[in-house]
Design a protein around this ligand. Structure first.
Ligand code: XBP
Ligand code: MG
Length: 250
């Protein structure tokens, strides 16, 4: 019996990558006098690497081989990332980034029905709190029994460690959980932890390989704007993903 829903954050709860994290990285680069500018297309490539600090290092190695940074480059990365996190929080507070279709509806229904909700993400904990406060509700973080985020496990997604950590915290096994992800890295992480996983795609992840997902949807859907199912088993079907559908599919 599934009674625990575990949500990825970036790309799953909201489209935070393109219009949230990306401009926040660019603002931090400008603060430090760096001429690094991550446009929408480049950022799509950089998303192959999860974790902001890891992404900055990957960018320099892969796209800036000529860059001669300070001797203590690791410290610069940490400072850049701290500035980026502050920019991101300000951006959310200034107007927020809306939750994706159906997210608020499903969270509300599951909460009322007594399901346990959890967050499982590679993003920094402050980013999660900011998004849940500004885009869900002032007490949004309290809706979740666990917030597994950031550097609490050394190996980020696609490693399963963060899901194992969250399930251990909640005292549940994989059979009681359904994971929600938007990317191949996220899906691989959840599958490797033994979880059934529903995927909702976005512009950055539409072309990823989602083999093994329970289903692949355009989004969770609303009554006025139903989801489009994209995986072969149900391609073309439209609907609203709610607890009744969850029970039917499981
Ligand atoms: C999102 C990430 C994060 C964010 C940026 O993964 O990979 O790195 O892009 O956040 P998920 P930080 O979809 O699993 O949440 O800069 O705080 O790492
Ligand atoms: Mg994601």
């Amino acid at each position: 019996m599934v009674d625990t829903l575990l949500f990825d954050v970036d790309g799953t709860l909201a489209d935070t990558e393109r219009d949230g994290h990306r401009p926040a990285f660019n603002a931090a680069f400008r603060d430090f006098g760096l001429d690094w500018e991550w446009d929408v297309a480049l950022y799509g490539k950089l998303l192959n690497v999860t974790g902001g600090k890891e992404r900055i290092r990957y960018y320099v190695e892969r796209f800036r081989p000529d860059y001669r940074g300070p001797a203590r480059f690791d410290e610069l990365v940490i400072e850049l990332h701290r500035a980026k996190t502050a920019h991101y929080a300000r951006l959310l507070a200034a107007g927020g980034i809306p939750l994706r279709p159906g997210v608020r509806r499903l969270l509300t229904e599951a909460r009322v029905a007594g399901y346990t909700l959890g967050i499982v993400t590679t993003t920094t904990p402050d980013n999660v709190t900011a998004l849940l406060r500004h885009s869900l509700a002032p007490d949004g973080p309290d809706w979740f029994s666990v917030i597994a985020a950031g550097d609490i496990v050394p190996a980020k997604k696609p490693a399963p460690d963060i899901y194992h950590w969250a399930m251990a915290r909640l005292g549940v096994d994989a059979g009681r959980c359904l994971a929600f992800e938007d990317s191949d890295n996220g899906l691989r992480s959840a599958l490797a932890a033994g979880l059934r996983t529903l995927v909702t795609v976005n512009d950055y992840t539409r072309g990823h390989d989602f083999t093994g997902a329970l289903a692949v949807l355009s989004d969770l859907g609303e009554a006025q704007a139903p989801y489009l199912r994209l995986d072969q088993a149900g391609a073309g079907e439209r609907g609203v993903f709610d607890l009744a559908r969850l029970r039917a599919w499981l």
